[in-house]
Design a protein around this ligand. Structure first.
Ligand SMILES: Nc1ncnc2c1ncn2[C@@H]1O[C@H](COP(=O)(O)OP(=O)(O)O)[C@@H](O)[C@H]1O
Ligand SMILES: [Mg+2]
Length: 601
């Protein structure tokens, strides 16, 4: 399985989070309104101490009960208004933010579909899954809460401090004393937390990968009795993740301790100083009450900064992880559209000095395919034969552009495949791979994937006939039977025949088959070959083959050896003139005679 690419170099959390703007933009009006409402609500809380001051210095000092009642009414109304405004804020943001999350998830999925196969070779699927789920959830939570409240609390603290300084600036300075150490702690905390948060989120991705692999590979794990070691690997990873999460908790506890303790001490100090001042008659009791209740009102905004910062940091990490995928280059459209030249000699499928090495091959290794020249004439079928690992599958994957050639070119009827749009290319070329994949859909839908939207039952039946896949009609619901991961399991040979049907259903001009009959028993194979022969009569085909019987379907054979086309000719010619070919074919022959292959189930 692929590994996780190393995270990009550290960027400031703010700069990273700014990248979310394009997704947030559509809902900006609501988000800003909500922030404004929250600031209003929060500042309303700060008016309460001022009412208290008026009450203590006025009606209370004057022993005027009516005034006290009036003050109480004011307080009640203020409290009500504050609660209403906070409720309004929540209502304002809930719907738009789930919209942001959904659109980011959709963008990620769309992008994943467009990323080249070489990207998916490199990335572990669990990492992609966790980015599409956990990370996006963290982002939504960030937009809903820390984003607004860092702003709201910042403004509230600022307004509160100004109010306190205006009440009495000596007391104000006493309260402000811990500000500097608290800020320093926050900065240090932010940096450390960033690192741990990133590690935790990557570990979630690794854990997801293990779960996914063991679910998909459950037969192998059970078959080889590996459930213990698999469980051990899982435990190991989840223990590491738990360690990282605990480290996060410890960091959070530290900053929480500092943020809670220091202001608390300052409030205590201010209380002592204030009481002395009131006793000396330098300060009114009302002012001290107002001052202290403002300080207490600011306690929550200050204390919450710790976890707001933590959540923002996690959101920044999530953003980073999200954009690591989004920044990967998707498959482009045609590169240099040029008028197709259709000289007669260029008809058919042609490999022209094609050299290829996998993007992730270790540096220094020679290219897997070197200067391949091969011409498959229009309507011709060419078999491709070679030892295991010689690069046959790779060569076939180059035609539908699952990988890009390193140098050289591949042309279809004289047109470079890089000049064709993906749609045009994939409409011309149909493929069937060695490992046939069926999706969670009906048999019919799985096969018709290979055709345009107009194809219907007639095409389906014809394709099923060519692939000798009449077993379909014996399935519980015929072609409507659900297969794939959420449906009925089929045998390897049955899946191969459906994949073959999918390849031929759209009557493609060019057919690329990677060992399409390997899992069939000898009799089914013969039947498929007979039917396939008719299809091959009017398509240009490249067929990877192992057995002489499959090779005999083709007009000519190309032998791939040492990264080059070592020989081209008819089966008989090559058998006579090429020792390697003769050897490959004889080996296959004897294996087949021993009846090793069979169509299970
Ligand atoms: N995605 C990949 N990335 C890097 N190397 C690969 C990849 N797929 C296959 N290879 C390597 O390329 C070589 C040829 O593989 P393949 O084309 O599948 O051979 P064949 O189909 O002839 O058996 C093998 O050595 C294999 O390890
Ligand atoms: Mg292969």
């Amino acid at each position: 399985m692929a590994t996780t690419p190393a995270p990009a170099q550290h960027r400031s959390a703010v700069r990273t989070l700014l990248r979310l703007w394009p997704y947030v933009r559509p809902v900006r009006a609501r988000l800003f309104t909500a922030a404004f409402v929250a600031i209003l609500a929060s500042c309303m809380g700060l008016v309460i101490p001022l009412v208290l001051k008026w009450m203590v210095d006025g009606p209370v000092a004057d022993r005027d009960p009516a005034g006290v009642w009036l003050g109480a009414l004011y307080l009640l109304l203020l409290g009500f208004a504050e609660a209403l405004l906070f409720g309004l804020r929540r209502w304002l943001v809930a719907r738009p933010l789930s919209h942001v999350e959904a659109s980011m998830r959709a963008a990620l999925y769309r992008h994943l579909q467009r990323l080249p196969v070489s990207f998916h070779d490199r990335w572990a699927s669990g990492q992609l899954l966790s980015r599409g789920t956990t990370d996006l959830m963290l982002l939504r939570m960030f937009l809903a809460f820390p984003l607004t409240f860092l702003l709201v609390n910042g403004v509230t603290i600022l307004v509160g401090v100004v109010i306190m300084l205006l009440q009495d600036w000596t007391l104000g300075l006493v309260i402000l004393g811990p500000a500097v150490p608290v800020m320093v702690t926050c900065v240090i905390f932010e940096r450390r937390y960033a690192e741990v948060a990133r590690r935790a989120q990557d570990q979630v991705g690794d854990l997801t990968t293990v779960v996914e692999e063991s679910v998909l590979g459950i037969r192998i794990i059970k078959g080889f009795g590996r459930h213990r070691s698999q469980a051990r690997a899982f435990r190991e990873l989840s223990r590491t993740l738990r360690g990282t999460e605990l480290r996060k908790a410890r960091l959070l506890a530290t900053i929480w301790g500092v943020i809670v303790t220091l202001p608390e001490v300052a409030i205590g100090a201010a209380l002592v100083v204030g009481v002395v001042q009131v006793a000396d008659g330098e300060l009114s009791a009302g002012t001290l009450v107002a001052f202290l209740s403002t300080a207490l009102a600011l306690r929550w905004p200050v204390e919450s900064i710790g976890f707001l910062l933590a959540m923002s940091q996690e959101a920044a990490t999530a953003t980073e992880r999200y954009f690591e995928v989004m920044d990967e280059e998707a498959e482009g459209a045609a590169t240099n559209p040029s008028p197709p030249s259709t000289r007669g000699a260029d008809k058919g499928l042609r490999f022209d000095g094609v050299t290829f090495r996998y993007p992730d091959a270790p540096p220094g290794t020679p290219p897997l395919l070197q200067r391949i020249d091969l011409h498959i004439r229009p309507g011709e079928s060419m078999a491709l034969v070679g030892a295991t690992g010689s690069g046959k599958t790779t060569l076939t994957a180059l035609v539908p552009r699952l990988y890009e050639v390193t140098s050289g070119r591949i042309t279809l009827d004289g047109v470079d495949i890089t000049d064709l749009s993906r749609e045009a290319l994939r409409a011309k070329v149909a493929v069937a791979f060695e490992e046939p994949t069926l999706f969670s859909a009906s048999v019919g839908d799985n096969v018709l994937m290979g055709a345009g939207d107009t194809a219907g039952t007639t095409e389906l039946e014809r394709a099923l006939a060519v692939a000798q896949a009449d077993f379909v009609h014996a399935l519980p619901q015929g072609t409507d039977t659900q297969v794939g991961e959420q449906g009925l399991s089929l045998s390897g040979g049955q899946r191969q025949r459906l994949a073959l049907a999918r390849a031929v259903v759209g009557r493609p001009e060019f057919l690329v088959l990677d060992d399409p009959l390997s899992a069939l028993d000898v009799h089914t194979e013969a039947a498929v070959e007979a039917a396939l022969r008719q299809v091959l009569a009017d398509t240009t085909a490249l067929i990877v083959a192992h057995r002489p019987s499959t090779v005999l379907l083709a007009d000519r054979v190309a032998l791939l050896s040492g990264g080059r086309i070592a020989a081209v000719g008819t089966h008989q010619e090559l058998l006579r003139t090429n020792a390697e070919y003769a050897h490959l074919m004889s080996g296959e022959q004897s294996r087949e005679e021993s009846g090793e292959q069979e169509d299970a189930r």
